[in-house]
Design a protein around this ligand. Structure first.
Ligand SMILES: Cc1cc2nc3c(=O)[nH]c(=O)nc-3n(C[C@H](O)[C@H](O)[C@H](O)COP(=O)(O)O)c2cc1C
Length: 206
């Protein structure tokens, strides 16, 4: 599969996990690709916590369900109706969670490139996630990013020490297939922008 093909096939997966767990060798290959991401000052500020204990998956799923309920309650009635049928996680069904963390202190105070733009550290960790996501697609493995959580809850759940931050819970597992259209578009929540709207010539504002 070419990189372009993997990018075109990639979806955020919630409902299509087969229920089988990903095997260790495949998971380590995918994490190996994540770990090859570029990073500011070559700091590699990420770590990966692999979570498979059903009790931990249950605890996290319960917390996420609370956050989902709170979000639904915050919505105006017509948006609530659109939101209700949308699945926002596959924590239990995927059988494996990968918590990606970000350590903003890695490399010390004189990181080449981060000295001007602090956020470049975080950008680097997110690039590792994108590598992971695309490598997973090339192996027929689905990934779903869950962000409906309190950072303190997740840090406590999987023993992440400050100042390291959990920046993503990724549901990772074999899938029955990939949807062609993003769920949020299929369910009428929000569609994608045309490329022409995102590309600017010479100046952002004309
Ligand atoms: C930073 C980030 C956080 C996200 N958080 C969630 C989430 O909590 N639950 C969810 O169902 N999808 C989440 N998504 C997935 C997006 O909804 C999805 O990427 C977007 O709708 C486009 O769909 P696609 O990834 O299938 O192309 C997240 C994606 C990103 C990049």
């Amino acid at each position: 599969m070419s990189v372009h093909e993997a990018i075109a096939l990639r979806r955020d997966v919630r409902a299509e996990f087969s229920g089988d767990p990903i095997d260790d060798a495949t998971l380590m290959r995918i994490l190996g690709s994540a770990h090859r991401a570029p990073s500011v000052g070559n700091t590699q500020p990420w770590d990966f916590v692999v979570v498979r204990d059903p009790a931990t998956l249950d605890r996290f799923a319960g917390h996420v369900a609370d956050k989902r309920r709170a979000f639904a309650e915050s919505l105006p009635p017509e948006r609530k109706d659109t939101f209700n049928p949308i699945k926002i996680e596959g924590i239990r069904e995927s059988r494996t969670g990968v918590v990606v963390t970000y350590d903003g202190s890695r490399g010390g105070p004189n990181v080449l490139g981060r000295h001007t733009i602090e956020d470049t550290g975080l950008f680097s960790a997110v690039l590792a996630i994108q590598n992971l996501w695309l490598a997973a697609v090339s192996e027929g493995i689905g990934v779903g990013w869950v962000s409906f959580y309190d950072e303190d809850f997740l840090a406590d759940l999987v023993a992440i020490p400050a100042p390291v931050r959990p920046i993503a819970w990724l549901c990772v597992g074999p899938v029955t297939g990939f949807q062609q259209v993003p769920d949020l578009e299929r369910f009428g929540w929000r569609g994608r922008r045309p490329l022409e709207d995102a590309v600017h010539l010479e100046r952002f504002r004309s």
